[in-house]
Design a protein around this ligand. Structure first.
Ligand code: NAD
Ligand code: LMR
Length: 338
């Protein structure tokens, strides 16, 4: 799970004096859920986490008691529904998988009415109790919940655009796996940049920039792009009413959290796609966009341009932009109209 670079960075940090070593508290809001539980377990195994704070409106103390027996150095504490601010105190990274998942026949946008207020209230608490924290938003619809968090922090006067991230890593994980399958290559060697947002047509995989994926064309190309864009539906359908992706999402969430932690620890060259406040398509009215982002000691260090696209990828991007704009505006309006 953790790259050699992560382990190297830990080893390096051990060589530092105690005063320069970073003690990183990570909080999970929604830790009792389908994603929250395995994500908490994976974070317990991350050597860059020194303290793990698990919060949910139900069940977090039990999850914490369980996870706390894992034989890694970090401390784990669970918090009950009325202990949100205490759970957040001192957190440098806050991961939010709180909210309801889809059932068959629903879009992610159908979750807006329930999840918007959950995410807004949690963001307000982060603004109050851990205003410097990096916030990693998993709750759907990500295209709208990220602007909700940003607008809520703006209202509280503590918004730092470098520290608010929509977690789109599952799209990157799926792209590597699905393209690896059809090209008979190891997914680890088939890293594909996925840009845009996190829902159907807003998910834009860029196969042309990955050596192992360049040859994919025609019907095979169309099918794999569709599978990456609608991979979430595959899981929702298979779970048949019992929710959406949880285990692969926990894996992806832990992977992204590890990248953020490596950046915070000063490691150079940590680059991965994530949905952030971005200048790339501002001229088209799109304020947030996922593209490769370099992570650093303050969160977003540098937003990479998307680079050269094929005509097919340009078409995907054209379809992404208006839908993404609509989703972002909906999130912003929710906070401004409150
Ligand atoms: P789940 O129902 O199993 O768990 C959600 C948890 O959130 C529950 O334990 C619930 O008690 C908790 N919760 C609800 N309101 C809360 C609040 N105010 N404060 C704290 N906790 C609260 O759902 P899940 O399968 O874990 O999915 C969670 C969210 O993640 C959904 O919105 C889902 O669509 C989304 N998701 C996103 C991605 C992605 O790629 N970004 C992938 C999969 C799922
Ligand atoms: C996913 O991509 O699996 C998640 O966004 C959950 C969903 O609703 O599909």
């Amino acid at each position: 799970m953790f790259s050699r670079a992560a382990v190297r960075s830990l080893t390096a940090s051990r060589a530092f004096s105690t005063s320069s070593r970073r003690e990183t508290k990570v909080a999970v809001l929604g830790a009792g859920g389908g994603i929250g539980q395995p994500l908490s377990l994976l974070l317990k195994s991350d050597p860059l986490v020194s303290s793990l704070s698990l919060y949910d409106i139900r069940g977090a103390p039990g999850v914490a008691a369980d996870v706390s027996h894992v034989d890694t150095a970090s401390e784990v504490k669970g918090y009950a529904a009325d202990q949100l601010d205490a759970a957040l105190e001192g957190a440098k990274v806050v991961v939010i998988p709180a909210g309801v998942p889809r059932k068959p026949g629903m879009t992610r946008d159908d979750l807006f009415n329930t999840n918007a207020s959950i995410v807004r209230d949690l963001a307000a608490a982060v603004g109050r109790a851990a205003p410097d924290a990096c916030i990693l938003i998993i709750s759907n619809p990500v295209n709208s919940t990220v602007p909700i968090v940003a607008e809520t922090l703006k209202k509280a006067g503590v918004y730092d655009p470098r520290k608010v991230f929509g977690v789109t890593t599952l799209d990157v994980v799926r792209a590597a796996k699905f393209v690896g399958e059809i090209t008979d290559k190891n997914p680890t060697d088939t890293v594909i940049t996925v840009v845009g947002g996190h829902s159907g047509p807003t998910i834009v995989p860029i196969l042309s920039q990955t050596a192992n994926a360049k040859g994919v064309s025609g019907e095979v190309y169309s099918k794999v792009v569709h599978r990456i864009q609608y991979g979430g539906d595959e899981v929702v359908k298979a779970k048949d009413g019992a929710g959406s992706a949880t285990l692969s999402m926990a894996y992806a969430g832990a992977k992204f959290a590890n990248s953020v932690l490596r950046g915070l620890n000063g490691e150079k060259g940590v680059v991965t796609p994530t949905f952030v406040k971005s200048p790339l398509f501002e001229d088209k009215g799109v304020e947030y966009f996922s593209s490769n982002v370099e992570l650093g000691p303050n969160g977003v260090e540098k937003i990479h341009p998307i680079g050269q696209l094929t005509a097919e990828e340009e078409k995907l991007l054209e379809a992404c932009i208006p839908e993404l704009k609509k989703n972002i505006e909906k999130g912003k309006a929710f906070v401004s109209q409150a």
